[in-house]
Design a protein around this ligand. Sequence first.
Ligand code: AMP
Length: 438
Amino acid sequence: MPIKIPYAKKKVEKKPTGGKKIPFQSPKGMHDRLPADFVYIDKIEKAIKKVSLFYGFDHIETPLLEDIRLFERGTGLTSEIVQKQMFAVKTKGDGVLALRPEMTPGVVRAYVENGLLYVANPGKFFYYSPVFRYEQPQHGRFRQFYQIGFEVLNSDDAAYDAQIILASLKIFEDVKLKNVTVKLNTIGCKNCRNTYVKKLKEYYKNKVGSMCHDCAKRYSENPLRLLDCKQEKCQPFKAEAPQTLDFICTACKAHFKSVLEFLDGGQVPYLIDATLVRGLDYYSRTVFEFFAEGVDFAIGGGGRYDYLSETLGGPKMPAVGSACGVERMVEAMKLQQVHIAPKQLYKAFLIYMGDQAKKQGMLLLDEFYKAGIPVKESFAKESLKSQLRLADKEKVDYALILGQREVFEEVILLRDMKSGTQETVPLKKIVAELKKRV
Ligand code: AMP
């Protein structure tokens, strides 16, 4: 029997009540998550829980607000996120707090602050959480959005770089996203990167005058990000730029080779992209991004951040992580027309007539709750006809009908919605009877 996904096609939520509009809208770049969206979101959250259980990642959640310096030091002062996109909140006692623009620095802080270091080593965590960036809202770019992600703390083992990529791909597979591409690169460690950055600066020295305004800034502040530029006029320069792999040290090369071997072992297809550098300051060695067919923005990305903990004043602690944008995944699922099998949420619908029956019905729902059988009602509707119509729409197998007479006689009518046949069942036995049938 075809069952509707609740709210999937209706636009009922947007209809103003009684013809009047509320003179408020959700803040710019922030959106409501409506029941229709949860058809997709629930699938993504289910997938990250399933994959995490399998690969041994534990759930973690940190406060929405953190000391702003955590991001200034961690995510980095030269990153766009920190320079332009922080929602700062001035407080009386705590100095300045920021709405987290990403999860990683908070997770590292929590791991060290709570002594998890002594309990989980390496620490393997997952999250699905909202983050905030003061961006110019546009397609696929919001000011509040959700990320799902993995972090492996306190290990420099290349197997974990590969595992994080693999686990992310498993989520895409679980939510039925097709043809997801992994692009990856290595940007070396803090020692060998300097040699590379020097080469990069030499190469760009006479070119930067013909490049975009942001690139001029990148040249002096964070030359690696020159490779991240999306402007048309900068692309030809990017294509000819020196590649990290030719300049990084032997240890970094060996680490990257290992990552690739683990990926090969897991039969994970990937593309090496020598221009991939990622936008945050803390990355080192492996960096990667995920793209889904039909969507022109990255649906996720990540990499190693071996020095983040030290930068924050914590212990030496190599680590690797990934973060995927939930809204972008939903967008990709819709574009790829991912079919989500509709679920029958309710087996039965409770219909009442009169106040006494309504009260009895409330108690009965509690009994069904205890028995683990979800039963739908519509206490706001009074007529038998409209309640029956709703039961029909809900595609339930049974209607449970309680009138004044039934309450008085302590019975209930059990109506088979398919055949239309009805039988009288003692009220005391109805939960057991329905349990038998569903
Ligand atoms: P990032 O670490 O900045 O690359 O973010 C990781 C993932 O989060 C990206 O690959 C996107 O899928 C998603 N994301 C980043 N910024 C936004 C945004 N402003 N709106 C929606 N999704 C975003």
